[in-house]
Design a binder for this molecule. Structure first.
Ligand code: T4K
Length: 370
């Protein structure tokens, strides 16, 4: 039996991609905001119904740049979640800002908005919540708090491309939102990312940051870096966008099969669907409560690995325990995140995962139950 990895990049037909990139051979224009870049940007602004999309070579640099563009004071405190990929916390720290970790909601694993206000000090300047697994944060409460205290809100929406809340795309919340278009995402541009926002003034700043501050052949007005999406990435995005609905529908069928096999099992906690949310089925997290299930998360992980099934411990360890921070943060201040990170496993999920494979994965998991 073949191995199953946690995910598998969706790709257009080879011929479709070749057709899309053919004109790059004709024009020799490979990067620096060419026609594919412009086309993808316009398509995304239209699809997401957001005034501005700035494309990046990856999601992490998009997040780093948009944080820098907010002109937050050096040493300022940024309230964020530790239950996330390294990128979120690193983007804050690499901007000389101090992360202040807020605990997460035990049901959806997003930042617990009821705990934000108690973390605000006179140094707090921003909130960086994460729509983790594509679950939408409590955007209304976060907006209320941000307005009350004059804080910027930058969403790490890396997992939430295509997700809508009350009919509104996740691109539209906060001062800005960052999507990742990495190969492992619901929508990929090989590597890639974007910042979405409505403030017209931010367009120039982000474009300066991602292209050395070059405004014209003889004009450099900003000390920017290089984080541009190239034409091959944009072409992959244009192709993959054509198949987005199919991608989400196939993922939905996989998730429904997982739910039908695993819900109602004592000791297995599945993330419920959120009301008012159109999901993208980006990840399928499962929490194992060892006292009821009879096996730990790690035992289930090992049993799956023995059968060639690569589930992942997203997100363990918590970012506030990373070695690189040398114990700077007290993990006991985020007890729910700690609890979940020790018990969660994200199961393999991708559009072409067969129902036979889903059943094989569920059989191994259910065999662990004692
Ligand atoms: N914020 C959040 C909340 C994020 O989750 C991420 C990225 C970011 C920010 C930053 O966005 P980017 O700068 O990455 O755009 C993966 C991804 O590399 C990363 O994008 C993602 N989050 C994270 C959750 O997952 P790894 O280290 O687990 O990836 P890796 O190489 O182990 O790949 C996982 C599986 O995906 C493989 O087992 C097979 C499959 N795969 C992988 C690659 C690279 C493919 O099918 N095709 C591929 O090309 O981080």
């Amino acid at each position: 039996m073949s191995n199953i990895l946690v995910t598998r990049s969706s790709m257009p037909d080879y011929e479709e991609y070749c057709e899309e990139i053919k004109e790059l051979w004709d024009s020799h224009w490979l990067t620096n905001m060419g026609t594919k870049h412009k086309q993808l940007q316009a398509k995304l602004e239209n699809l997401l119904n957001v005034p501005h999309v700035v494309l990046y070579t990856n999601g992490h640099l998009a997040l780093e740049n948009v944080l820098a563009a907010m002109n937050l004071p050096k040493g300022g405190e940024v309230i964020t979640s530790p239950f996330t990929f390294a990128s979120t916390t690193h983007a804050i720290v690499r901007n000389s800002l101090n992360p202040v970790f807020c605990d997460i909601d035990p049901t959806y694993y997003t930042m617990d908005a009821t705990k934000i206000e108690s973390l605000i000090t006179d140094k707090t300047c921003a909130i960086v919540p994460v729509h983790v697994y594509g679950n939408v944060c409590n955007v209304e409460e976060i907006e209320r708090i941000a307005k009350k205290y004059g804080l910027k809100v930058i969403y790490d929406a890396a997992h939430a491309f295509g997700v809508k809340y009350k009919g509104i795309s996740t691109a539209c919340f906060g001062d800005a939102s960052m999507y990742s278009f990495h190969a492992t995402k619901v929508f990929n541009t090989i590597e890639g990312g974007s910042v979405c926002f409505s403030n017209d003034a931010l367009v120039q700043t982000l474009n300066d940051m991602k292209n050395f501050g070059i405004r014209g052949p003889e004009t450099v007005e900003f000390v920017g870096g290089n984080a541009k999406m190239n034409e091959f990435q944009a072409a992959m995005g244009i192709c993959n966008l054509r198949h987005l609905d199919e991608e989400v529908a196939k993922r939905k069928a996989v998730v429904e099969q997982y739910r039908s096999r695993l819900s109602g099992v004592d000791g297995i906690i599945l993330c419920p669907t959120q009301s008012d949310v159109e999901p993208n089925y980006a990840y399928f997290p499962v929490v194992f409560e060892p006292t009821q299930f009879g096996a730990t998360r790690n035992e289930v992980f090992d049993a799956l690995a023995e059968q060639g099934i690569g589930a992942r411990k997203y997100f363990y360890p918590l970012t506030n325990t990373f070695d690189c921070f040398h114990g700077a943060y007290d993990v006991n201040q985020t007890p729910v995140a700690l609890h979940i990170s020790k018990r969660v496993l994200t199961l393999p999920l991708y559009a072409d995962l067969s129902m036979d494979d889903v059943n094989r994965i569920c059989d191994v998991i259910l065999c662990c139950k004692k």
